[in-house]
Structures are given as C-alpha cells and as structure tokens.
Ligand binder design. Structure first.
Ligand code: BGC
Length: 500
C-alpha cells in the first residue's frame, strides 16, 4: 500500500504524539517513583533516629537512675525534681468516712464523692462528675480557672444525697489531685513550680495551689477543708495500694507522663524533717522533665519543643505522652507533603495546623486492621481533608504511627527500669519471689493498646525472664481520684491519733 503525503504526515504526527505521551507517562512514573523513594527515605531516616535498641534503653535507664540520685541529694540537683510528697503512710484499708476528691490535670477535671467503709468495708459508694476545661481557661487567669472548678464542685456537693454519712458538726474534707509540678510544703500545701501540658497561667506559678482553691471555694460558698494535696502519680500509688499491698510504683501515661515510687526516707539526703515511722516516703519524680543525651531526639522533636509553651522543658514527656505523639506524626507528614509532594502537588492546608492530629486519632489509625486501611483513609479525610489516598500511602501513615508510638513506649519502659534499679528490684533475688507491682493509669496507657503492649513487653525484655515474674503491671483505673480521697481520709483533721 502506498501512502499519500498527507497520510504520511498524519502518521508521523500520530507517532510523535504517542511517543510524547509515553515520554510524559514515563517521566510522570519516574517522578512518582523518585518522589516515593524520597518519601521512603524520610520514613527510614525517622525510623533510624527514633531507634531504641536495648543497649540504648539501658543507657536511658542508667541515666534515669543517676538523675534520681541527684534529685534526691539536693533541691535543684537534677532535671528530675524528685518531689517529697509528705505521704509516708499509704492507705491500709482502715480509712473510713465520707470524702471528696478533685482531680485536675488534663483537659478534663473530675469531682468525686467516696464513702469509705473502714476495715473490711471497702469502698461503700462512689459518685463522680467529669467536666471538660475550656481551652481559654488553660491560658487565662488563676481566678478564672479555680472559679470554674469551684462552681462545678459546688454543684456536685449540692447533689449530695441524704444517705451520705457525714457525722453532724463535721466539715467536709477533700483530697486535691493537682497533676502539675508542685513543690510540696506539707501534705496539704504546695506551690506551683510551672505549668505543663498546654496550661500556661502566669499568676499561679509560685502560688500555693491549695490557697487558690480554698479562695475559690470560699467565693462559691463551699465549706470544705483540703486535707491532702497530691500529684496524680501519688494518688494512683495510694489508690493502687488500697487494693494491692505490693504496689510500690505508679506511672501515668496520659496527656502528660510522670512516675512516683516508695523511697526509703534515709535515702533522701535533702529531707530534713523527722524520719517517718514507716521509714518510707513517696516521691513524685516528675520524670516528664527528664532529659539525657541518650534520648533519641529528632528534628521534629526539636522543632515541636521550640514552638511549645514550655521550650526546653518536659523533653521526656514530649516524646512519650499523649499530648504530643499525634503532633509528631503530623510534623513528619507535613514535611513529606512539603518536600516530596506526598499528598499531591499542593500541601493539604490542614496538615499545617499544629496539634490537629490528636493521639487518639493516631491510635485509631495505628489499630486499623481492615484490609484496605479504611480507618486510616477516613481519618486522613475527616481530620486532614486529604481524600482518595492509596493503600500504599495509608500503609506509610500506619508505619509512622508505629515508629513514634514504639519509641515512646520503649522509653517509658526504660524509665521504669531506671526506677526498678534505684529500688534494687531489677535483679533476681534469692528465695521467695518479692512482688513489685506497678500501678498504671492515663488515657494513653488505657486506650492505646499497641503502645501499652509494647511498653509492657519492653519492660519484660529489659529485666529478663526471671525478674519479670516478680513484676506486675496493673491498670489502676482512675485510681488517682480515689487515692486522693483515701489520703484525705488518712490525713483527716478528725483522725484520732492512736500512738502505740
Ligand atoms: C506533670 C505531672 C503529672 C503528669 C501526668 C506532667 O505534665 O508535670 O505532675 O503527674 O503530667 O499527669
């Protein structure tokens, strides 16, 4: 067949178009695959920088133990405050009567009413109310925050039933769980060292928090004495001990993180008070402020810290706790979107909003077991307004959640090993197994199963098979509120002092 000139021309144009299209496709594929390769390089780099091999965890644990000693030796001797709680007697089960507790420490606060039955009576009755704290009050004035709390408490007290057994003529008593670093001056007073977890109210720093609360209660006509001021870790330890006599350590993994443990009073050089009869003192470590050159920190952590309300502080907390894990993942995704167009040619605007990806959402994505990672797809769409993500992309998101959660969980485990070392309970003991029970609480621990599983496995891995038989990690559900009520009971103004 002979083609005419026009036909030849058309064929040439056609072929050229096909070639150009093919070239475009190839170039597009190449661009995509190079984008993908660069995205994977970012993930790999993160994974390496967040690495927590056992040897590193042991270094972190050792550093924690060293800092514990330093913090106990002198005030200001370490980043770890090692605060003396003035709790030298943990609940025995004999506590009796009607007590209130107020639990303030995160985005919500709770008021509790507990009827304690005394020896063998247990907890006869408990009621609570939970109120969320409006974000503007977290950065407003002291009066505004405490007034808000007192108003909710007043309402709750007004609902007290006829059956509540407050003996006539007695004042109601309250245990106040205030989950921020407080320099305790006695069991029922202490001054705020600084705010954490997104709170920032300048006029409260340096103030006696019990006095602040008492003033607000006065303004709301509440007749109640604050008999115990405790950190949530102390409350959790006390609440845990009420049910299990082997509880010696409490760890909170929630919005923030912290730990408390029972120390020998003689091992606290900075304690100048009389030696308690029990010989023991509960220490609030404030481990969220731990920092060490061994911590695996990344550029994302540094940037998040610099832009935070408390730069340079709470570094351990910022890589371990619920307030921050989702934000770290967001920061990585944002870099991937900006540098390698991970979500297409434009950076999804929502991805630039700090703290938009909360840890519960990260947890939901991490736990997605559907074959097409449906939950991940929905979360990306609903929270970050990124639609039509491929399965491959979703897998990467899960991987990022895994890297960030694993680092946090394994570091928390290293912190626990540090405490066990300080207590001399990290090595096998001769003879009978002496149990060490660790009471855990906090939303991250309770709801982020991959995190808590990883943390528990890592503790076992760190201490080894033999010692792990003697260590129990238990969930002390909302133990801090009950614990505060129990401590209010054991420090009640109506307690008959029976000197033996
Ligand atoms: C606070 C601690 C508290 C912990 C857990 C930290 O930010 O400094 O006092 O125990 O959060 O709530």
């Amino acid at each position: 067949m002979v083609m005419g000139k026009v036909q030849v021309g058309a064929a040439v144009i056609c072929a050229a178009t096909v070639c150009a299209a093919a070239a475009l496709i190839v170039r597009h594929r190449m661009r995509c695959s190079s984008r993908w390769a660069r995205a994977m390089a970012i993930v790999k780099e993160l994974e390496e920088k967040c690495g927590t091999p056992i040897a590193k965890l042991k270094q972190v644990a050792d550093a924690m133990t060293v800092e514990m000693h330093a913090g106990l030796a002198s005030e200001g001797g370490s980043k770890l405050k090692m605060i003396i709680s003035y709790v030298d007697n943990l609940p025995t089960g004999d506590e009796k009567g009607l007590f209130y507790a107020l639990d303030l420490g995160g985005t919500n606060f709770r008021a509790l009413r507990v009827q304690l039955g005394g020896k063998d009576g247990g907890i006869v009755n408990q009621e609570f109310t939970e109120v969320s704290i409006p974000p503007n009050l977290m950065v407003g004035s002291s009066d505004a925050l405490f007034d808000y709390i007192a108003a909710a408490l007043a309402k709750f007290v007004a609902e007290e039933g006829e059956d509540s057994e407050l003996p006539p003529g007695r004042q109601r008593e309250l245990g106040f769980t205030f989950s921020f670093p407080v320099m305790q001056t006695s069991i029922d007073s202490g001054t705020l060292i600084r705010w954490t977890k997104g709170f920032s109210i300048d006029d409260t720093v340096g103030q006696d928090v019990v006095a602040e609360l008492a003033k607000a209660m006065g303004r709301h006509g509440i007749e109640m004495r604050v008999s115990a001021l405790v950190n949530d870790t102390i409350g959790t330890l006390a609440g845990g001990r009420y049910f299990n006599k082997d509880v010696l350590v409490a760890v909170i993994l929630g919005t923030g993180t912290n730990a408390a443990y029972v120390e020998r009073a003689q091992a606290i050089p900075k304690w100048h008070g009389p030696l308690p009869k029990s010989g023991e003192m509960v220490i609030n470590m404030e481990w969220g402020n731990f920092r060490s050159s061994h911590l695996p920190l990344t550029e994302y952590d540094h940037a998040m810290d610099t832009e935070s309300l408390n730069p340079g502080e709470q570094i351990f907390e910022k890589i371990t706790s619920g307030m921050y894990l989702g934000e770290i993942v967001r920061r990585v995704l944002c870099r991937m979107a900006e540098e390698v167009a991970f979500f297409g040619d434009t950076v999804p605007p929502k991805l630039k909003v700090p703290f938009i990806l909360r840890t519960p959402e990260m947890s939901a994505m991490h736990h997605d077991t559907s074959s097409d990672l449906r939950v991940v797809g929905t979360k990306l769409k609903d929270i970050l307004e990124i639609s039509n993500t491929s399965l491959k992309t979703r897998k990467v998101v899960v991987e990022l959640c895994n890297i960030v959660a694993t680092r946090g969980a394994r570091l928390a485990a290293a912190g626990i090993l540090g405490i066990l070392k300080k207590m001399g309970r990290d090595t096998p003991r001769e003879g009978e197994i002496q149990k060490t029970v660790i009471a855990m609480d906090g939303g991250l621990y309770e709801h982020y199963t991959e995190f808590s599983k990883c943390m528990e496995n890592t503790v076992n891995e760190l201490v080894g098979e033999e010692v792990s038989k003697s260590i129990d990690i238990i969930h002390s559900n909302d133990g801090s509120g009950i614990g505060a009520a129990l401590l209010a009971a054991s420090h009640s103004q109506y307690l008959e002092v029976v000197d033996s």
